[in-house]
Ligand binder design. Structure first.
Ligand SMILES: O=CC(=O)O
Length: 326
């Protein structure tokens, strides 16, 4: 077989080239024949009808096109969706279950890096790191010298929303900074000593900061609403490394502009890559382009996990990181 002839390799469909897929491509294309929808001049529906009817495995991306029931309809032979994200909100899981399509995700590969970013955003907002950077670069130090006070990290009460693998890593880091940690999640974790709040509004009322680490589901969509933001209060800081739509973004922007909450560190947004323009001029807001997962090391591990899942599937072995089992 010639070096570039991949026709003997198992076929894996990829719908759109996006930066995260591009990072995985060199590793995956050594082992699989990647059927790239973007390489075809045909519109996607026609491409799927023409080329993808026999496809059994699909590689999807958290920031790529959603895997809807409509897309799945074009893929009658599909048996596996592997996504390069931990979040699964872009995959119609109910339809996958109905069709007996297994789903594998990035599991814990990004947990430490996302937690680092969450704590970094929290410290940045509290200690005004990005704002200081702008202040110095803007020449204001020499001409004004009136830099405002920041807030101490140690001793702060931090509420973590979603104590899964990311939330736990955040909690461990914050403990080392001397913060007191509480949490809200679907259920109390009896093995942990952090205080549990079944009501996210009560958690917000009793916290100096909320760090959102949960996944986006029907239950968590706009869970952080006006009531929760008001409970967090004028000094309260919100950090989001989960998904944008967990917070009612319009309400959050109004609260930030109106000084009803103290600040925000945001890696995710409701309508990425669009970020509400009102946030650009606020020094108490730190913005990040959904990059919490993007480290060289995590993508090396992700490459292993994605190819491992696909290899397991094609050799009838158990998936390495099943999120839905068929
Ligand atoms: O946002 C990134 C992920 O879900 O892994």
């Amino acid at each position: 077989m010639a070096d570039d002839d991949h026709s003997e390799l198992p076929t894996v469909l990829v719908l759109r080239r996006c930066p995260f897929i591009a990072l995985l491509e060199p590793k995956c294309s050594q082992k699989f024949n990647l059927l790239k929808a973007w390489d075809s001049p045909l519109p996607q529906d026609q491409f799927l009808t023409t080329h993808a009817r026999s496809v059994q495995a699909l590689l999807s991306s958290g920031n790529g096109p959603p895997i809807t029931a409509q897309i799945l309809q074009f893929l009658p032979s599909l048996k596996l969706v592997v996504t390069n994200s931990t979040g699964l909100d872009h995959v119609d899981l109910a339809e996958c279950r109905r069709r007996g399509i297994a789903v594998a995700n990035a599991a814990k590969v990004f947990a430490e890096d996302v937690a680092d970013t969450a704590v970094g955003l929290f410290i940045d907002v509290m200690r005004k790191v990005s704002a200081s950077n702008r202040y110095v670069r803007g020449g204001l130090w020499a001409c004004r010298g009136d830099y405002p006070l920041g807030s101490k990290i140690g001793g702060k009460k931090v509420g973590i929303v979603g104590l899964g693998s990311i939330g736990l890593e955040v909690a461990m880091r914050l403990e080392a900074f001397g913060c007191s940690v509480s949490y809200n999640s679907r259920s109390k974790k009896p093995s942990l000593s952090y205080q549990f709040y079944s009501n996210v509004c009560e958690l917000a009322a009793d916290s100096d900061a909320l760090i959102i680490c949960c996944g986006l589901t029907e239950e968590t969509h706009h869970m952080i609403n006006k009531e929760v933001l008001s409970a967090l209060g004028r000094e309260g800081v919100i950090v989001n490394v989960g998904r944008g739509a967990i917070i009612d973004e319009k309400e959050m922007v109004e609260c930030l502009v109106g000084g009803e909450i103290g600040g925000a560190g945001l890696d995710v947004f409701e309508n990425e890559p669009n970020v509400p323009k009102e946030l650009f001029s606020l020094d108490n807001v730190v913005l990040s382009p959904h990059q919490a997962i993007v480290t060289h090391e995590a993508f090396v591990d992700l490459g292993e996990l994605v190819t491992g899942n696909l290899e397991a599937f094609f050799s009838n072995k158990p998936l390495l990181s099943p999120a839905v089992i068929n």
